[in-house]
Ligand binder design. Structure first.
Ligand code: BDR
Ligand code: CA
Length: 332
């Protein structure tokens, strides 16, 4: 299909954009699997027009997630993509981090350093408001790879931003699998359940890539060898990052490989046919107590309540790793 010229609000003049290209903002808290997801997305310019990366506190503090997002951008050779730093803490709850899984710097297994290019000047929440208010109706996809604080704050400040959003694809939640931070809660939702509630109540089209799916898409020696065989810088980084990152989950769950959660969001956007799920009603529990941060999914429609999200619960693991490998092969 031929590329077409479109005029986008907020851009000077016309830009070349393919007819099926996704106008994408990635909100992220890198994080080992976030970095893999960012490399994956930034290696796919035919499908994604990545407008910006917005960062949030999550796996580690905001200064570190923002640095790691800039590192991922540098490693992908995509310093053209701006990085905006957003919320330094969750909306209401005490901040929690995942240094035990991602290391003190939020990224282990590779050398972490100050990237050449800095942050964009604006705050991520202002950037989201300005961009989404000016956007063509329902034109921008948001991929959220961390706590949903930035989008929730933007929605509270300017509810009109929903006009610019096509859909929101979220890595978060757990139903059949059980949680990874408490017996019932998944880290991203647990880290800011109040934000997840605001997003859920916005009426936006939401897709949840839950632990139910990501825990079925595990690394294996073969799959890591397949990436390593690319023998470029990106593949070496990904293999080194994953070898370190998967250790904790493999040990904790006694499984033969580890999940690469956030990268599933990018795979979903590129090849939704690799996944399956259903429209459901989801409720977030933000009450203090043992179910804090739980996503309650009415899989069998017992309540006949409005379906407010598409819940992805399964995925083609080999298809995922083949696609990731192919894309990493496009980087240096
Ligand atoms: C999610 O939690 C974070 O630690 C990962 O980056 C991922 O986004 C998985 O529960
Ligand atoms: Ca993440």
């Amino acid at each position: 299909m031929p590329a077409v010229l479109q005029h986008r609000a907020g851009c000077r003049g016309n830009v070349l954009i393919g007819p099926e290209q996704i106008d994408l903002i990635i909100d992220t808290d890198p994080g080992a699997d976030d970095v893999v997801a960012l490399l994956f997305a930034l290696a796919s310019p035919d499908e994604f027009n990545v407008r910006a990366l917005t960062t949030v506190a999550g796996n580690v503090r905001l200064d570190k997630t923002s640095r790691n997002a800039r590192l991922a951008r540098e490693w992908a050779g995509r310093e053209d993509v701006p990085v905006y730093a957003g919320a330094p803490k969750p909306m209401m709850r005490t901040p929690i981090y995942a240094e035990d899984i991602h290391g003190k710097e939020g990224l282990s297994g590779v050398a972490v350093y100050e990237p050449k290019a800095g942050l964009a000047e604006a705050n991520a929440i202002d950037y989201l408001i300005d961009t989404l208010m000016a956007a063509t109706p329902r034109s921008i996809t948001l991929a959220i790879l961390g706590p949903q604080t930035n989008l929730a704050l933007a929605l509270i400040q300017q509810p009109g931003i929903v006009q610019g959003i096509k859909e929101v694809v979220i890595m978060g939640g757990a139903h059949f699998n059980g949680g990874n931070i408490t017996p019932v809660a998944e880290f991203n939702v647990f880290a800011d359940p109040h934000a997840a509630e605001v997003v859920l109540k916005s009426g936006l089209k939401l897709i949840y890539l839950s632990l139910d799916a990501t825990h079925k898409i595990l690394t294996s020696d073969e799959r890591l060898k397949q990436i390593a065989a690319l023998n470029n810088r990106a593949s070496k980084l990904v293999v080194d990052i994953l070898n370190d990152y998967i250790k904790a989950d493999m040990e904790h769950y006694d499984i033969p490989g580890g999940p690469v959660h956030d990268a599933a969001v990018i795979a979903w956007l590129l090849r939704p046919q690799l996944f399956s799920g259903r429209e459901v009603n989801v409720v977030i529990d933000s009450r203090e107590g043992p179910t804090f941060g739980q996503t309650i999914v009415d899989w069998h429609d017992r309540l006949k309540a409005p379906r407010n999200a598409f819940w992805v619960n399964d995925g083609d693991a080999q298809g995922f790793f083949d696609l990731l490998t192919e894309r990493l092969g496009r980087l240096k």
